[in-house]
Design a binder for this molecule. Structure first.
Ligand code: FES
Ligand code: FES
Length: 178
């Protein structure tokens, strides 16, 4: 004999969470299974974190959580409570302005379609915050978990190396060079 299930069993459970994203506080009612990626894109309309494979392989969804690059498709949004989440929108200085890393990506043609680019830039931010003078091997290692289908990676490595030099004051943007 079939036992009738109570209707509540079929109701989707929701929970109230507080997130800090790009320095701003947010309160959300979401399903506990909501990934940080879906929360950022669908609830907060921060679409710079891209959905690629959605199972931890491509790295396109990378954001910073307390300064560490993480794959937001593998993290549930409630797990991010009490942390500081940074997306690509949060490292862009302002409308029409670029961070030194973004500027270096433009200058070295470190992007083509741009799908991997926000993640690559955030990985670069995490790397350079920890190691302002990385070797090329350390840059390659840092981006090794992020897939780019367009550039062949050489220009991305060049962009991060250039940004590192500039952030140490060693190589100013071309328009400022004599
Ligand atoms: S979308 Fe998260 S790793 Fe691919
Ligand atoms: S620029 Fe197209 S995937 Fe990297």
């Amino acid at each position: 004999m079939r036992v009738p299930m109570r209707k509540e069993k079929f109701k989707r459970m929701r929970m109230h969470i507080k997130l800090t994203v790009n320095g701003a506080g947010h309160e959300l009612d979401i399903e506990p299974r909501t990934t940080l990626l879906d929360c950022l894109r669908d609830h907060l309309r921060l679409t710079g974190a891209h959905a690629g494979c959605e199972h931890g392989v491509c790295g396109a969804c990378t954001v910073l959580v307390d300064g560490t690059a993480v794959r937001s498709c593998l993290m549930f949004a409630p797990q991010a409570e009490g942390t500081a989440v940074t997306t690509i929108e949060g490292v862009t200085p302002g409308p029409g302005e670029l961070s030194p890393i973004q500027d270096a990506f433009c200058e070295t043609h470190g992007m083509q379609c741009g799908y991997c680019t926000p993640a690559m830039i955030l990985v670069a931010h995490a790397l350079l915050a920890e190691n302002p003078a990385p070797t090329r091997e350390q840059i390659v290692e840092a981006i090794s978990g992020n897939i780019c289908r367009c550039t062949g990676y050489a220009q991305i490595v060049e962009a991060i190396a250039l940004a590192a030099e500039r952030m140490r004051g060693a190589n100013r943007p071309s328009e400022l060079r004599k």
